[in-house]
Design a protein around this ligand. Structure first.
Ligand SMILES: NC(=O)c1ccc[n+]([C@@H]2O[C@H](COP(=O)([O-])OP(=O)(O)OC[C@H]3O[C@@H](n4cnc5c(N)ncnc54)[C@H](O)[C@@H]3O)[C@@H](O)[C@H]2O)c1
Length: 350
């Protein structure tokens, strides 16, 4: 068992262990004296894993209920949250009860947001079952839903009471979602850990998945502890994301996955900063090779001017500018704010 303590305003532990899911109840009991626990899961994950989690919660004295929504980003909407609230109400969930998010990032973000807002806030637990949610979204307390006008536009910071990562769940995860998580893992290597990047180059990620999860979560924990509310350093976690979000928008949120878009965004921006002499020569070629190794998209039919135009309205805009994350070399990055009216010139000019 690996344990990581996250020292945010409200501290919590992250446990990583094979088979942890069927012991979930014990760990939830350690952080909660709740009478009732609501498992929130999606239509793909619930049939595989909800029974084991439910049994373990019951063994540990919780009265349980299960809320299942149709899987997919399209359901990450306020309409689903409203159904969740109704379920909570019908099952007599009180302020001292607990929500258990069992699934990927969509489940965690929504269950977390419902927990943050129902009765002005009840506890929740993250049991992430995708690589992306294990290395990224389950840690750090960002919760929320999409609006028709953009992703994650409504949300709240709400830290989980505990995060339970069981790498065994990845055995049922479709390959394309595994690769999607790899986009975030590669990001961590780029911004903070040359050694992680080099291991990904030399070894096969699936063979060292426990180490990858541990190291990725440790990097995220570190950054989140320094900047829980995302007003400074946490921006480095957005390496590749500004172009990535623009690409997702251009593909109408269907032609490219989030992780792929982020990885491609990272590649495009690093090519430019390398040409400008900001990033060490050869970095973008190494990144390209790594993306190819993990079967990720490495090109797009959209042009740079189209991509920079699509960054307009990015929710990470602040004041009159947008923060871009540039690499100095693999493992080292910095934040560079560019004013909105200069973005096109900066990236598309000579
Ligand atoms: N809160 C944050 O800090 C943060 C960070 C990054 C991303 N996100 C959000 O995370 C979401 C993406 O997360 P995701 O990629 O995990 O998506 P997801 O939750 O939709 O999961 C991907 C797919 O895998 C299925 N699935 C999940 N676990 C499975 C398993 N073990 N076996 C079989 N199938 C399984 C799901 O049903 C779904 O079809 C986006 O909405 C994004 O905005 C949030």
């Amino acid at each position: 068992m690996k344990t990581i303590e996250v020292k945010t305003g409200r501290p919590y532990n992250i446990y990583i262990e094979h088979g942890l899911l069927s012991n979930a109840g014990k760990y939830v009991r350690n952080v909660s004296s709740a009478v009732r626990a609501v498992i929130v899961s999606d239509s793909n994950v619930a049939p595989i894993y909800a029974e084991a989690v439910d049994a373990s919660l019951r063994e540990n004295g919780f009265e349980t209920s299960l809320f299942v929504f149709q899987a997919g980003e399209e359901r990450k909407r306020l309409s689903t949250i409203e159904k969740m609230y109704s379920h909570f109400y019908e099952h007599d969930i009180t302020r001292t009860d607990i929500v258990v998010a069992l699934g990927g990032g969509v489940t965690g973000d929504m269950a977390g947001f419902a927990a943050a807002s129902y009765l002005r806030g009840i506890d929740f637990v993250q049991i992430p079952t995708t690589l992306l949610s294990q290395v990224d979204s389950s840690v750090g307390g960002k919760t929320g839903v999409d609006l028709p006008t953009g992703k994650n536009l409504v949300g709240a910071f709400w830290q989980p009471a505990v995060v339970l990562i069981d790498p065994d769940t990845l055995s049922t995860l479709p390959g394309k979602f595994f690769n999607d998580g790899m986009g975030e893992v590669i990001k961590y290597g780029c911004i903070r850990s040359r050694s992680l990047f080099e291991r990904l180059e030399k070894e096969n990620a699936a063979d060292i998945i426990d180490d990858i999860i541990y190291e990725s979560v440790s990097i995220k924990k570190d950054v989140v502890e320094h900047d829980e509310r995302d007003t400074g350093e946490r921006a480095i976690l957005n390496f590749g994301h500004t172009f990535g979000h623009a690409l997702e928008k251009l593909y109408d949120y269907s032609g490219i996955t989030h992780g792929e878009a982020v990885a491609l965004g990272a590649l495009l921006i690093t090519r430019i900063t390398e040409q400008k002499g900001i990033t060490e020569k050869g970095t973008s070629d190494r990144l390209l090779a790594l993306l190819k190794k993990y079967h990720m998209t490495t090109s797009t039919e959209f042009t740079l001017p189209q991509i920079t135009a699509a960054t307009r309205g990015d929710k990470k805009s602040s004041g009159k500018g947008l923060n871009f994350i540039f690499l100095r070399e693999i493992g080292t990055c910095f934040i560079n704010k560019i004013s909105t009216d200069k973005i096109n010139d900066y990236f598309c000019g000579e």
